[in-house]
Design a protein around this ligand. Structure first.
Ligand SMILES: *Cc1c(COP(=O)(O)O)cnc(C)c1O
Length: 375
């Protein structure tokens, strides 16, 4: 079956092989040896041997794919990226706080998502804006050397890929080199598994699954062990990282079906050649689209070349009156969900791992044809 190309920012396109495998296993899940168990995955106890093996396989495959060191815990949680905006400060901000004082947390704001994170963390901690690119309408990333980091801060928060503004860190900042011994917290919801991670620079990374890992409902948290055990007393037990870690992500019922689907996506990633191979493909996809935008007279992207996102490419038609015709023609051509986020307008093409190069080539061909017809 051939399907249209789906450029949704999230929940987003999934590898077709994964959907087909899940469909074939829906009624009766087979283990690795092919032995059927008489149950579909969403009908299994999360403590039964079948689901425990599915969960362990997903975790081990992810650890190997992303080269996550042993001193980091992998937590499968619920609540999504926005819940983590509260869960992170509830777990980490008290780490260095004086008794009776709110812990210090520093934020680098490069778009809507990091801005939201700062606002939410202000409910639980003493937040501080270390740097912001709001003055440039979030089209660049302030140089790390200019960040105003506080010596007592427990952590520094960044969003490694701003899904709405299309701004991406090419490498995580080296806080030690900046003279800070705070932990780096990274919202990598829309970047995870698209490229390797330098874990030596990261204290905690979190992301909702629905961009690059699987269905909504699963939230991935990767946290360095020494950051556990400092939760504020108000932190709900089900969101206390230490509690979740001590129980192998089974303190409460985890999002079992989403974990299973993410595990199938991790297997698919391995079959593609792992993260280095998928990164090379992501670079080629992004280059093809940015090149088409930059060489056209109709389309424009405003983000600085050195921090353009590989995953989310916002672009605008210089003639806004053509927006509706562009989207309608795209849908007719089998190119879905290209409408930009309501806060910025225009168009947005999300090029997550499951989007093949052929999908980007089809989009570029459509854009060029549309431009010729409306020149
Ligand atoms: C999508 C997204 C979120 C929000 O995730 P929810 O699961 O909707 O809470 C947070 N941060 C980033 C960078 C995102 O792209």
């Amino acid at each position: 079956m051939t399907r249209p190309y789906n450029f949704s920012a999230g929940p987003a396109t999934m590898p077709q092989e994964v959907l087909e495998q899940a469909a074939s296993e829906m009624l009766d899940w087979p283990d690795a040896s092919g032995k059927r168990c008489g149950m579909g995955v969403m009908e299994m106890s999360h403590r039964g041997k079948e689901f425990m093996s599915i969960c362990a396989h997903a975790e081990n495959t992810l650890r190997s794919l992303l080269a996550i060191p042993e001193h980091f815990k992998i937590l499968f949680m619920q609540g999504g990226g926005l819940a983590e905006n509260a869960i992170v400060p509830m777990n980490l901000s008290g780490r260095r706080a004086q008794p009776g004082q709110r812990g210090q947390t520093d934020f680098v704001v490069t778009g809507s998502w990091s801005q939201k994170s700062l606002l939410e963390a202000s409910k639980y901690s003493d937040t501080h804006l270390a740097a912001s690119s709001q003055a440039s309408a979030f089209t660049d990333i302030p140089a790390a050397a200019t960040w105003d980091l506080r010596p007592g801060a427990s952590y520094v928060h960044i969003c490694s890929n701003e899904t709405i503004h299309g701004v991406e860190f090419q490498t995580p900042p080296d806080l030690k080199a900046l003279g800070s011994d705070a932990a780096l917290v990274v919202d990598f919801s829309s970047q995870v598994a698209s490229r390797p991670v330098d874990w030596s620079r990261v204290g905690l990374a979190f992301g909702g699954a629905q961009k690059n890992l699987g269905p909504a409902g699963l939230t991935l948290v990767v946290v360095r062990e020494d950051l556990l055990g400092h939760a504020l007393s108000i932190c709900p037990s089900a969101f206390n990282y230490q509690t979740v870690a001590n129980n192998g992500s089974m303190y409460n019922t985890p999002p079992t079906y989403a974990i299973y689907m993410a595990g199938l996506v991790f297997d698919w990633l391995q079959r593609q050649g792992g993260i280095a191979a998928i990164e090379a493909r992501n670079i080629a996809k992004a280059q093809a689209l940015y090149h088409a935008i930059d060489t056209s007279g109709l389309y424009v992207n405003h983000v600085n070349a050195d921090c353009r996102s590989r995953m989310n490419v916002p672009f605008f038609l210089r003639v806004e009156a053509l927006n509706e015709a562009f989207l309608a023609g795209a849908a007719d051509a089998g190119l879905l969900q290209l409408k930009g986020h309501k806060s910025v307008g225009g168009m947005r093409a999300s090029l997550y791992n499951a989007m093949p190069l052929a999908g980007v080539q089809a989009l570029v061909a459509y854009m060029q044809d549309f431009e010729r017809r409306h020149a």
